[in-house]
Design a protein around this ligand. Sequence first.
Ligand SMILES: Cc1cc2nc3c(=O)[nH]c(=O)nc-3n(C[C@H](O)[C@H](O)[C@H](O)COP(=O)(O)OP(=O)(O)OC[C@H]3O[C@@H](n4cnc5c(N)ncnc54)[C@H](O)[C@@H]3O)c2cc1C
Length: 317
Amino acid sequence: MEELLNTTAAALKKAALNDDAKHLVLNNPALYQVLKKAADRYIGGETIEQTLVKAVHYNREGYKCSIEFMGENISTEFEAGLATKEFIKAIRHIQEQRLNSTISLDLSHIGLSLSEELCRANLEAICQAAEEANIEVTISAEDTYKTDKVLITYIDTAKIFKNLSITLQVYLHRTKDDLHEIMKTSGRIRLVKGAFETPPELALPRGSKLNQRYLDFLDQLLQREHLCSIATHDPYVQNEAKALIKAHGSKKEYYEFESLHGIQTERLRRLKDEGHPAKLYFVYGTQWYLYLCNRLAEYPQNVFTALLDIIGLDIRV
Ligand SMILES: Cc1cc2nc3c(=O)[nH]c(=O)nc-3n(C[C@H](O)[C@H](O)[C@H](O)COP(=O)(O)OP(=O)(O)OC[C@H]3O[C@@H](n4cnc5c(N)ncnc54)[C@H](O)[C@@H]3O)c2cc1C
């Protein structure tokens, strides 16, 4: 069974990055409609308005939120501009509704693959609007061939905007050194294990070594009271993180536990009920193909849940 699940995960990770498959699913009305039923479990909605309804609900329940307009690797300056406008619109909505929510984004969604200058200009426009609204902006981590550009853009922009945060993928071997550099900035560091198919010479697979590395990095952040986000659904890592928080006597303003909407939310609720800051991450938009593939790949049993969602059966697998 384990071998089957691993093969499924590898296939889904490849499918996630296949542009032809993405184009087919998102542009064929029948496929879009059917697979969207599986995506609905994870996404906030197709629009910011639909997502805000959920964010309002979870804010009332005591969760912080993070909202991302989905998309990556756009191919024209026009598309990068449209995405930038959408992020600024989301910021204005969060401000108007006085929500406790941050914004997350992929730099390739606002032009990184086209031109670093364009991307920086768009990021600065978003950070400016967010700073005026007192909202934090977090840069997501993408496929590892983009990591250098993403981190350099973050380091430079974080010198101007104190409301900018960054995501680091613990599975990458390089992250040990990156963490050291990034800790020189003051922005929050979100630790994730990493979602992309990456060769073993560049990254650790899931397992005890990766968990230990995650906890080592977190230990360094908590020890230095560096703002951080513990972004994992792994109950082992969450429990060990709680022990580290206790050992360091970490104050709540320095850390938060963060989960993706639709995934192991009951674990996040328990952390919240125990008094830890808890944040739910929402994505919205129509470009949900990559996001859905990643959620299925990282936990292939979700393929069965997806099938049940598609046929409309509400049964736990
Ligand atoms: C807030 C947030 C932001 C993220 N941003 C990025 C990013 O910018 N770049 C990036 O590469 N990755 C990102 N990720 C994804 C991350 O890298 C992992 O792929 C994902 O969180 C799964 O790893 P894990 O740490 O949760 O645990 P894993 O080691 O993958 O799994 C441990 C356990 O967690 C539970 N679990 C994990 N995933 C699922 C799932 N899909 N469905 C049900 N249960 C599950 C299961 O119980 C599983 O046994 C983000 C994750 C979060 C929570």
